[in-house]
Design a protein. Structure first.
Length: 293
């Protein structure tokens, strides 16, 4: 249903932390024009944890209206509370999104049975395509393959964003699911490998600054053109790798500001990129051929 290079879009902000809606609309147009196949609103890269619910809904409304069905809009609606996740997911559906991305509950560290019941409750309550999101580095909660297979029984749970960065985990999932659910990479550095091995796409940070390049790489990988896909991916690795120097979206926002795409605004508790990393990030941008202002 969803495939290719999908962007976890940053939320542009002014210096005072207020949302720059004009910049948001420019970014949406930029992604559409460069081939990106879906836009994720209020994901981790979008600083979802510091956006109010009203702000998230406003961004969804703007995006759905602006794109008018040209490419899918996916909303991040997962929380550590099943009831609030259902409420947020229903609201996003009513606002016209095409799917919702549901991170595993963070902080409260549920059991695998708790995770199954959490997602079961959401799937039964909200008839919209749902994408699971497993990112243990952020949540201290790992959605194990056997639980994912159980969840594949629900017709509206259509995919999983697997962000462990572990290709062995992907291979295990792929074999166990038997095409009952799509798998998307949530880890840019090895997303090419994942797609070449049967994954359907990537929900990407790097696509914020290199959408055309990510689109071309993803298409080559999905079409099985390994030589081309790896050649294109090699040019992107420098961008992928510096994303981990500080917490996402700190590095990507700094790069976007240097490219003139956004202002430097960010909300606490996140802070701008530490000066000690600026040289390395700038070098990565030059290595990838980006025209830095």
């Amino acid at each position: 249903m969803f495939q290719g290079s999908m962007v976890a879009l940053v939320t542009p902000m002014h210096a005072d932390g207020t949302i720059d809606k004009a910049a948001w609309q420019r970014l949406v147009d930029f992604q559409l024009q460069q081939g990106t196949t879906a836009i994720i609103v209020a994901g981790s890269t979008g600083e979802c944890c510091t956006l109010t619910l009203a702000e998230q809904h406003e961004l969804i409304k703007i995006t759905v209206k602006q794109l008018a069905g040209k490419i899918p809009v996916i909303a991040g609606t997962g929380t550590y509370c099943t009831a609030s996740t259902i409420e947020r997911t229903k609201a996003a559906m009513e606002l016209g999104v095409d799917a919702c991305l549901l991170t595993t509950p963070y902080y409260n560290r549920p059991t695998q049975e708790g995770l199954f019941l959490h997602y079961q409750a959401i799937a039964n309550a909200v008839p919209i395509p749902l994408i699971l999101y497993n990112v243990p580095a952020r949540t201290s909660c790992d959605l194990l393959p056997e639980t994912v297979v159980r969840l594949a029984a629900f017709s509206n749970i259509i995919g999983i964003k697997e962000a462990t960065g572990n290709l062995d985990r992907f291979a295990e999932l792929y074999d166990m699911l038997q095409n009952k659910m799509d798998i998307y990479s949530g880890n840019d550095p090895n997303c090419c490998d994942l797609m070449l091995q049967g994954g359907k796409g990537v929900i990407s940070i790097t696509t914020n600054i290199a959408p055309a390049q990510m689109y071309a790489m993803a298409q080559a990988a999905l079409q099985g053109n390994e030589q081309l896909a790896r050649s294109l991916d090699a040019k992107l690795q420098s961008l992928h790798n510096v994303q981990g120097l500080e917490a996402n979206p700190i590095p990507i926002k700094w790069m976007m500001q240097r490219l003139g795409l956004i202002e430097a605004g960010m909300r606490l508790p996140l802070t701008p990129l530490s000066s000690q990393y600026e040289e390395a990030v700038l070098a990565a941008m030059h290595q990838a051929g980006l025209q830095v202002k």
